[in-house]
Design a protein around this ligand. Sequence first.
Ligand SMILES: [Zn+2]
Length: 304
Amino acid sequence: MISRRTFLASAAVGALARGGFAFAAAAPHSFRHGAFEVLVVSDGHLVLPTNFLAPDAPEAERAPLLSPAGQSGEQYESPTNLTLVRSGSDLILIDMGSGDRFMPTAGKLWENLKAAGIDQDKITKVIFTHGHPDHLWGTVDELDDPMLPNAAYYVGGDEWNFWHGDNATRGLPADRAGFVTGARRNYAKIKDRVTTIKDGAEIVPGIQVIATPGHTQGHLSVALAGGGGLIIGGDVLTHPLISFRHPEWRTQADHVPEQAAATRARLLDRLAADKSALIGFHLPFPGLGRVERADGAYRFNPIG
Ligand SMILES: [Zn+2]
């Protein structure tokens, strides 16, 4: 059983084994949601150019949204929150983190899972929100072997087709050519175990994917039934202030900016209306909160 006490106890043992305060892994966040047990584990963080966040927005409007988050420099740290869900005998991981070839500050998923007492071999299913490096490149180890050779993998059909098609090589900025190579390298190692899915697909009873395209062509979010609802939103909402105050602003990371903005608006409207919880992959750890309408836009209220 997943319990917060088990995680904390394991983390404490890890701390002793590694020499007390030198232990750097963030303690996972666990909670029960309806029939599910949910664990949010850090994969570390990314270091990104602050200009990635709304490059077209007027500086006078952008700065007040960045400075409260301590993001007044040229670079900012973006957390990466991985979600693991226990459903009966299934242990379902949503995304696989950065692995060891993207950024030295990320790729901590496996050590953090281990510190939390989770045996990675018990993970039965993986659902990918999309194929960007921080979500996909942890699929293989340093020898390009799958980290989870026996898991079943679920990838949006539109996402699979995008990364394997000509649009990926032609349609992305030149500085992201490596994303295509990396996506194909990781997908190739699991292709025999991949099921492509689309909007509404149910992975196990009560866990359903929602098409949330725009950040990438086939981006998916994951909805957990019960307990008032919980949406694991991947990269639809990536910044705790900008994504909620100005969902219409274009971000540098979105492949199809207008579609991404429309998807943000739709998801925010849904989250505010039905009051379901959200886990945002790049929101401050653990990225869990609820959305409310505020001042003509939205506000993210963290929980836990
Ligand atoms: Zn991301």
